[in-house]
Design a protein around this ligand. Structure first.
Ligand SMILES: CC(C)(COP(=O)(O)OP(=O)(O)OC[C@H]1O[C@@H](n2cnc3c(N)ncnc32)[C@H](O)[C@@H]1OP(=O)(O)O)[C@@H](O)C(=O)NCCC(=O)NCCS
Length: 167
C-alpha cells in the first residue's frame, strides 16, 4: 500500500506504540486485561525502543497504525532467534486499520532490516490462536519450524516460523 510508511518510532511515539500493542491483543482476546502480566510487557514501548528496535507504521497524517519490535539474537527481548537470524515480536495493528496491508508492510520492513543487517533468516514465534497472523506469515513466505516451538508457561504453546532471505 502507498499511504503507509514504516519507520523507527520516535521517542514521543513509544508510549502510544505500547498502547496500540495492548489494544490489539485485547481486541483479539489474546490477553484479558490491559495491565498486569504480559500486558505490561506489551505496553512497554519505551523499553522495547531502548533494548530492541521499535518500528511503527504511520499514515500520511502521521497517525500511528501499527507497530512491531525487531530483536537481535541474544538480546533482552529475544526468544527463538539464533546467531545469523533476526527476530520480531509483538506485531500489532490498530483494529480500525486492519485489512489494508499494514501488518504486511510491518513484516516487510522487518525482512528489509534483516537484509540490511546481513541476517540469513527472520524468525518469530506466535501463539496457536493467532490465525490472522499465521495467514499473513504464510502469505509472505514464512515456513513453520516446529523444532523451535516452545512454551513460556505449560498451558501456552508458541508456534515458530522462519523466513529465509535467500529464497
Ligand atoms: C495480525 C495482524 C497484525 C494483521 O494486521 P493487518 O494490518 O490486518 O494485516 P494485513 O492487512 O496485511 O492482512 C490482513 C488481511 O487483510 C487482507 N488485505 C491486505 N491488504 C488488503 C487490501 N489492500 N485490500 C483488501 N484486503 C487486504 C489480507 O489479505 C489479509 O486477509 P486474511 O485475514 O484473509 O488473511 C493484526 O490482525 C493484529 O494486530 N492482530 C492482533 C495481534 C497479533 O495477532 N499479532 C501477532 C503477534 S505474533
Amino acid at each position: 500500500m502507498t499511504d503507509v510508511v514504516v519507520r523507527v518510532a520516535q521517542e514521543d511515539e513509544w508510549e502510544a506504540a505500547g498502547r496500540i500493542t495492548v489494544a490489539a491483543y485485547l481486541d483479539d482476546r489474546y490477553i484479558d486485561s490491559h495491565e498486569g502480566g504480559y500486558a505490561d510487557q506489551l505496553g512497554d514501548g519505551a523499553r522495547r525502543a531502548e533494548e530492541a528496535e521499535l518500528l511503527v507504521a504511520v499514515d500520511e497524517g502521521n497517525t500511528l497504525l501499527g507497530t512491531v519490535t525487531v530483536v537481535r539474537p541474544g538480546t533482552p527481548w529475544s526468544e527463538v532467534s539464533r546467531p545469523g537470524e533476526l527476530e520480531f515480536r509483538m506485531l500489532a495493528v490498530d483494529s480500525a486499520a486492519r485489512g489494508r496491508g499494514v501488518g504486511e508492510a510491518l513484516v516487510h520492513a522487518v525482512i528489509a532490516r534483516a537484509r540490511e543487517l546481513g541476517a540469513e533468516r527472520v524468525v518469530m514465534s506466535s501463539s496457536e490462536a493467532m490465525a490472522s497472523a499465521h495467514r499473513l506469515y504464510g502469505r509472505l513466505g514464512f515456513q513453520r519450524i516446529p523444532e523451535r516451538d516452545w512454551r513460556p508457561v505449560p498451558e501456552v504453546k508458541l508456534m515458530a516460523f522462519a523466513f529465509s532471505l535467500d529464497l
